[in-house]
Ligand binder design. Sequence first.
Ligand code: SF4
Length: 364
Amino acid sequence: MLLDIYNYTLGELEKFLQEDNIENYRATQIYQALHKRIIFNFNDIKNIPESLRHYLSNKFKIPRLKLIDLQISRTTKTKKYLFELPDSDLPVETVFMQEKGRTTLCISVQSGCNLGCVFCSTGYFGFKKNLSVSEILLQIYEIIGLEKIYPTNIVYMGMGEPFLNYDNFLKSLKILCSGNGLNINSSKITVSTIGLKSKIKKFADDITSEENKDIKKVKLALSLHSTDNGIRDMLIPISKKNKLSEIYNELIYYYRKTGTKITYEYIFLKNINNKSDDVKRLIKLSKMVPSNVNIIRYHPTEQKNFLELCNNYSEDDINEFIEKLRKGKVVVNLRKSNGIDIKAACGQLAAENYNKIKNNNFYV
Ligand code: SF4
């Protein structure tokens, strides 16, 4: 069986090749061709001998994601890519955004998700599979090939919870930031988590360890959405087992260890999380460690639920909430809803076109 070469770090590839007496500099050449120059065929790696290209083809494969659908927002430059994973009938979605000189890719770590947050279409889609390192990286490499542009920023905010696919997610991060790979500065990468006990602490330990210097500046965003345990349990079922006090302790640990400020993601839900007590608690929380709060508009899911009731808000409601927070010295931004018309905005990824297109055999 051929091995998936994208699942190897440079160190692992060196070790593999050493067993066949192939020198380390050859591993570097191969790794650079795959992860920096984004070459998809061993025969196109012209700076290695033909015999080595032949050797690679006999040992490894270069898998590809199949492009199933591409939707382009009419209002922004946002694009939503729907891919099929190699060797499976499973979809994954990736979002491409261009704004103010930045090219950002919002990537997925799972096909679907089983955490069932009520504001998230991915949760309703359900869990299908943890992505391999290769499948995480390929979302980026395929889009580089198609768009002919390298991303400046990466956000792990697509389908799935990164800390539930921890090892593959972490390895993908290391490969993206490695000097022989895309060499993305880790401060340009944000990882979003719903907040899982002991994982934030582990992540802080991992990114500050000596061997992970390349990823030490990666940013962490917590999907907070409420500072009240009861309300948060209602919005995010898994938070029943991950109480806010425990998550806050881990954030303090994270900040002490990394020195990187935290982002809190907060969907504005009128009459649910915008009351005066919510403002007071957010002000208090913002003093815990350096942080900023991203206010996000609620993007309705296909599945109707009680959140529809709080979607009837005015611009004044949201601005008033933001003003109160600013008065309390909270650093707060209202996040733009990029790609809402193509269901590419926060909480909207559900591969809804996948079955339709597959059944009709109608590909892009
Ligand atoms: S918000 Fe994140 S953790 Fe919650 S269901 Fe959606 S993808 Fe899963």
